[in-house]
Design a binder for this molecule. Structure first.
Ligand code: BDR
Ligand code: CA
Length: 323
């Protein structure tokens, strides 16, 4: 089994990602870190605990950063009341809380960032990270202890976009929420597999798959079916896909890539950087697909497409399982 740590801002697609990771026979989830993003960290942590308890898992949950590193310090750069900032556009896609019972379990006492530093430093370099929210926790950990960079086996990131964006004309949501964190992590030197919007939109899952999952008895399958339906409504209001019977489940694609890279397609090894300048391109991932900058070394394996058939199959097989 591949040892992994998840970093999430749960969220409907994060919830599906968590269930996929925990239920996969290929992955050994050591812990789940939460962060501000889709909702404030109180909500994303409660949602994470709900999912973990709902599927009967005992994976520990560590509460992480409540605010991005610095973006909210500059007046006017971001309306960065993390909760209010996204309320209008994204409430249908995620809701404030997941539609499952309130948690009765609690998160660990240690904060996510210090747990991450300790766990990676004590490891033999055999832990991979799957980060599907803003990269605040990991960037903080890298600043506190740069030694962790060489300890990360592979870092899978859901974030950024080459030709696809979703929160501003230039930026994807996770990178936009904390551009400095994204810049630190992308330029850190660790082995990165980036799963941007180009791949997650190409890997949009159909409502037919949700119907199939609804027929299954496992809690993971049932909740996923409900969340896909919720997401489909939200996306069709907010950002419809070309085929309006399909919807991206961004974060689950990054988890599936850690299980089987064949869910991704057109993977290139290129130079990526992140704009954190505070202007209209704030949070943009600048992906040098055509190798325009001859000086810049490749630093990211980026997927520009997805193998949606393989992704849907892997998702369905995994979510039918129980703990
Ligand atoms: C990302 O933004 C969040 O809303 C999703 O959970 C995903 O991680 C997609 O841009
Ligand atoms: Ca997310």
């Amino acid at each position: 089994m591949k040892k992994i740590i998840l970093d999430v801002d749960t969220g409907s697609d994060d919830a599906i990602a968590i269930m996929t990771a925990v239920l996969s026979p290929e992955l050994d989830v050591l812990g789940i870190c939460t962060v501000n993003g889709n909702r404030c960290v109180e909500n994303t942590t409660e949602n994470t605990l709900r999912v973990v308890e709902y599927i009967g898992s005992n994976v520990p949950v560590y509460k992480g950063c409540a605010l991005p590193m610095v973006v909210s310090l500059t007046k006017g750069r971001r309306e960065c009341v993390p909760f209010e900032g996204q309320k209008n556009k994204k409430e249908d896609v995620h809701g404030d809380y997941l539609p499952i019972p309130e948690s009765t379990i609690t998160y660990e006492k240690e904060c996510a960032v210090s747990w991450l530093v300790k766990t990676l430093m004590d490891s033999d370099g055999d832990i991979s990270l799957i980060d599907v929210g803003p990269l605040t926790n990991l960037a903080m950990a890298m600043r506190i202890q740069p030694g962790i960079i060489d300890k990360i086996d592979t870092l899978y990131i859901m974030g950024g976009g080459w030709r696809e964006q979703n929160i501003t004309p230039a930026a994807e949501f996770n990178f936009w929420i904390d551009p400095e964190a994204a810049k630190i992590v992308i330029n850190s030197g660790c082995k990165i597999v980036m799963v941007p919007l180009d791949a997650t939109h190409a890997g949009a899952i159909s409502i037919k798959d949700a119907m199939e999952l609804r027929e299954e008895s496992s809690p993971g399958a049932k909740l996923t079916a409900a969340l896909i339906e919720q997401r489909l409504k939200g996306y069709n209001n907010w950002q419809p896909m070309q085929d309006q019977t399909t919807v991206p489940i961004h974060d689950a694609l990054a988890v599936c890539a850690a299980i089987d890279m064949d869910v991704l397609a057109d993977v290139r090894y290129i130079h990526v950087d992140v704009d954190a300048g505070g202007g209209i391109c704030d949070g943009q991932s600048v992906c040098d697909v055509e190798h325009k900058d001859k000086e810049a070394e490749p630093n990211v394996h980026i997927a520009l497409n997805a193998n949606v058939g393989r992704f849907a199959e892997l998702l369905k097989t995994t979510l039918k399982r129980t703990v």
